[in-house]
Design a protein around this ligand. Structure first.
Ligand code: SF4
Ligand code: SF4
Length: 258
């Protein structure tokens, strides 16, 4: 009798679907690398839904409603390993910008009948509500990193995902530093690698879509940004992007809010 394939399930919360598209884009590699996973639940790719429990659950999106909280707790029980993918699931996403405002004000502005909207005050990462086995950063994620993480868990080993900064990738590629040479503000020194230093390779500063690296020093970077004559407001905005609610970026943006 053929061996049972590990069941992989994909779940979506508040997000743009970009990370799920990275998974769709990696379908060939995923099947090759994993040997044979069974896609048990992936509404973006197939209407076929197999019941849990699942060996691996990939979760995209942030938790923004009371229903999301109930659902993620149920999903956690259904999945042996739970991996969050992307800035929304790992840091609350761009929608976490509302965490600095009164969300009721937004619902009043956008909806004709805001009393029917059921939402939480804040957009939060999945890890704020349930235990997460691994957080894969990126907006969107890097598909090769995703394959590595899935492969690692299927083979019961630690994922080999770099925790170093974008600067290291710049040095590896021989890029001339945009900040030192051109005075362009760049979050590369505090941002986790994953994109191959894409923006500095095209002479642009990094705006941090892979979120804070391991042990970042945003305060030190802010001093450099001040030397480039950025004001507090500009520094606050630089840290308030896709990963604004990741702790290191949140604290640094708050420190420059007047
Ligand atoms: S360009 Fe940015 S990421 Fe590259 S070395 Fe300079 S500061 Fe670091
Ligand atoms: S913004 Fe930064 S992390 Fe995002 S692609 Fe550009 S260099 Fe990479």
């Amino acid at each position: 009798m053929p061996a049972k394939k590990p069941k992989l399930a994909v779940f979506k919360f508040a997000s743009c679907d970009g990370c799920q598209l990275s998974l769709l884009d990696a379908e060939d590699e995923l099947l090759l690398v994993a040997g044979a996973v069974e896609i048990a639940n992936f509404p973006e790719a197939s209407r076929r839904i197999l019941r849990g429990p699942y060996d691996i659950g990939l979760v995209e999106g942030s938790i923004t409603t009371p229903h999301d909280v109930e659902r993620i707790r149920h999903i956690r029980k259904e999945c042996k390993v739970l991996i969050t993918i992307g800035a929304c699931a790992t840091a609350g996403g761009i929608q976490a910008l509302r965490n600095w405002k009164d969300v009721k004000e937004f619902t009043r502005l956008v909806y004709a009948s805001p009393e029917h909207i059921s939402t939480l005050d804040r957009s939060m990462p999945v890890g704020s509500y349930v235990h997460v086995d691994f957080e894969l950063r990126g907006c969107p994620i890097n598909k090769y990193q995703l394959i590595e993480v899935v492969n690692a868990y299927l083979n019961k080993r630690k994922p080999n995902i770099p925790a170093h900064s974008v600067c290291i990738d710049c040095k590896t590629k021989g890029n001339i530093c945009v900040m030192v040479a051109k005075g362009t503000p760049c979050l590369g020194p505090v941002t986790q690698a994953g994109c191959g230093a894409l923006c500095p390779s095209f002479h642009r500063g990094c705006y941090g879509c892979f979120g804070p690296m391991e042990s970042p020093n945003p305060a030190s970077l802010s001093k450099q940004l001040k030397d480039l004559e950025l004001g507090n407001h500009d520094i606050m905005l630089l840290f308030r992007g896709f990963n604004a609610y990741a702790e290191a970026f949140r604290k640094e943006s708050d420190a420059h809010e007047k």
